[in-house]
Design a protein around this ligand. Structure first.
Ligand SMILES: NC(=O)c1ccc[n+]([C@@H]2O[C@H](COP(=O)([O-])OP(=O)(O)OC[C@H]3O[C@@H](n4cnc5c(N)ncnc54)[C@H](O)[C@@H]3O)[C@@H](O)[C@H]2O)c1
Length: 332
């Protein structure tokens, strides 16, 4: 296969970001179908990409596709992924794989071994996160003592409003901010600290109308022994620009700022030294390069789909902990 014929499945908010990333990053992929039961959305994406507007995956298969990018509300992940696997397609599936472990296992079991299955956790490709990982490996801050992850944003209209605000519904979303966008802050913690083993958390609902939690404050213990804090918060008012991540080691600190700056603190300069400048949106570009190469060149993905269960199990353990008021093991 010289070029990849891709169908976008779900022409909503994140599909817009993905198409931007595909435009920038990929040279061997053609978007040939844009699938959405909402004809206006399918038509808008078709006009933009040059693909055909379709109302179902079956319609896209009839056109001739190699792969699908599934970007639909959480409760639809399992049926659409199973449909794509049954058709022998390569699949990029948005996070979380599903909202319950048994559904994830059904999806993993259905994935053909000779096809690429990427679980789209873009934080795996976030440039600032990768730089911090390299600095850690190079010993820039010595041994990691602790880390702090801070995801605090106002609810963006594209994701929380619109004609189908499914994130406000527990039946469709399966959880709140920890399970949803929180995954992009949990994956970096797992990349730096090791595997997540237990958590203690409190949750709250400061965002009116959202059934799942819009606040989750947790301590996370990793198999390295490191304990990190994880905060995820949706607040309707303004928010300050606290760093997104802070890693504290025996010889210094690494800080990742919201504007993409990475600072290294080694005690020589009180404001630290800027050692890199990234951009969250570039994480999607890296993700797509990895997917395209995996399909066309057979290269291994940076992370397996099963790796992404860590963020889901972590969020579910936080929910159990908020109810039990105890530390909860992650892998149950
Ligand atoms: N990686 C990230 O940074 C990131 C960010 C936001 C959302 N997401 C994930 O992307 C997915 C979609 O989120 P969103 O914010 O774009 O939602 P959205 O509501 O904006 O878009 C979902 C789209 O799916 C369409 N759809 C519904 N049923 C469908 C079907 N059977 N076939 C095809 N399309 C169908 C809807 O009409 C809608 O256009 C979720 O899994 C979410 O967690 C990931």
């Amino acid at each position: 296969m010289k070029r990849l014929r891709l169908a976008i499945v779900g022409c909503g908010a994140i599909a817009d970001w993905h198409v931007n990333a595909i435009d920038v990053a990929l040279e061997r992929t053609d978007i040939v179908a844009c699938v959405d039961p909402n004809p206006d959305r399918a038509a808008a994406f078709a006009t933009r990409t040059g693909g055909a507007a379709c109302s179902s995956i079956a319609d896209a298969i009839a056109i001739g596709i190699d792969a699908v990018a599934i970007m639909v509300p959480h409760h639809l992940h399992e049926p659409l992924a199973l449909e794509a696997f049954a058709a022998g397609l390569h699949v990029l599936l948005e996070k979380p794989m599903a909202t319950m472990p048994d559904a994830c296992e059904r999806i993993l079991a259905a994935a053909p071994t000779d096809r690429v299955f990427m679980l789209a956790e873009n934080a795996q490709y976030w440039p600032e996160v990768l730089l911090a990982q390299q600095l850690l490996a190079d010993g820039a801050i010595g041994d990691l003592i602790t880390a702090r992850a801070w995801h605090c944003f106002p609810p963006m209209g594209d994701f929380y409003a619109g004609d189908d605000p499914w994130r406000m519904s527990l039946a469709a979303a399966g959880g709140g901010i920890a399970m949803d966008a929180g995954s992009h802050w949990l994956r970096p913690l797992r990349m730096w600290c090791g595997e997540l083993v237990e958590v203690v958390a409190v949750t709250g609902r400061p965002f009116p109308g959202m059934e799942g939690e819009s606040m989750c404050r947790a301590l996370c213990r990793f198999d390295s022994g490191v304990v990190a804090s994880f905060d995820a918060l949706l607040v309707p008012g303004g928010v300050s620009d606290l760093p997104l991540f802070q890693l504290t080691g025996t010889k210094g600190e690494i800080v990742i700022e919201g504007i993409g700056r990475v600072r290294h603190f080694d005690g020589s300069e009180w404001r630290g030294t800027v050692v890199g400048q990234g951009n969250y949106l570039q994480s999607y570009e890296g993700e797509w390069r990895d997917f395209e190469a995996a399909v066309l060149d057979g290269t291994p993905l940076a992370a397996s789909a099963r790796d992404a269960l860590g963020e889901l199990y972590g969020a579910l353990a936080m929910y159990r902990s908020a109810a039990s008021k105890q530390w909860e093991p992650v892998w149950v």
